[in-house]
Design a protein around this ligand. Sequence first.
Ligand SMILES: [Zn+2]
Length: 284
Amino acid sequence: MILTKLGRYNCFDPFGSSIRRNSNLSNNRSSTHISSKSEKDRFYNLSSSSPTASSFNVITPQLAQTIPSEILIEICRYLHPVDLYSLASVCKRYRNLLWSKCSTTTQEIWKNSRLKYVPSLSMTPPTEMSEQEYIWLMLILKKCMFCEERNKFELTMYWEFRIYCCQKCLDDRTVSRHTLLNEWNVHDILLSCFIQLQRSSNPRDPPLYLIENVKTTLSNYNQLSEDEKPHWIINREKIISKLQLENEQYNHIHDLTRYDHTERLERLLKKLHEFYAWPKHRSM
Ligand SMILES: [Zn+2]
């Protein structure tokens, strides 16, 4: 098959540096790095849903390199997103075509594939997110973005932070309201300016804040003049409120896309169990 014959280039996450900033870079990339033949075969088998998958078997390396761009684009129009992701790892030429975030043609290829093969992902990605990033987060990513955890019952999408990770990695990257107010000495008026993860309305489950976002937001705030700050806070609160509504929808879509009915029920029961076992790992 084309991937096992030509797979010299590593697959990688479409977020690039946003994931690689993590100290476990080499581990992270292994989630999408298809290094051995068996791994490649296993990854490729994910794409069996595509009606054209079997036709890859007859494509030789020479043919793959010399296929005219128009024909290649036409082939891509019939591929499942997982196939597109596999194809992007084949060679630099394919990667340039399929990994572009600004090419209208590329975005159309991924969008059409998403709408055709993944009906639950019919909602458009957020304005600042490319099709590849969206599909990767929602569908292709199969392990914690920061560690080697692969058990999907241990992994959760936190769309608020645009991360799919295990509980430990979430804890490592977030801070509680209590810590922000009492240890970081952040003024409480600024709390509504941070992106926050509010898992429930229950006071036993207080919001979490992404450390990186808190630092960036505080940095931006501190660069403002005193006259500018009140207006900035109001605008920031509006942005966060809008995001909160949007996040609920994307988290729901993610669960529909990644889990079947039984898995969603199992995850709900697991969350309930964890909730009643709280508190066990952090302060409010
Ligand atoms: Zn993890």
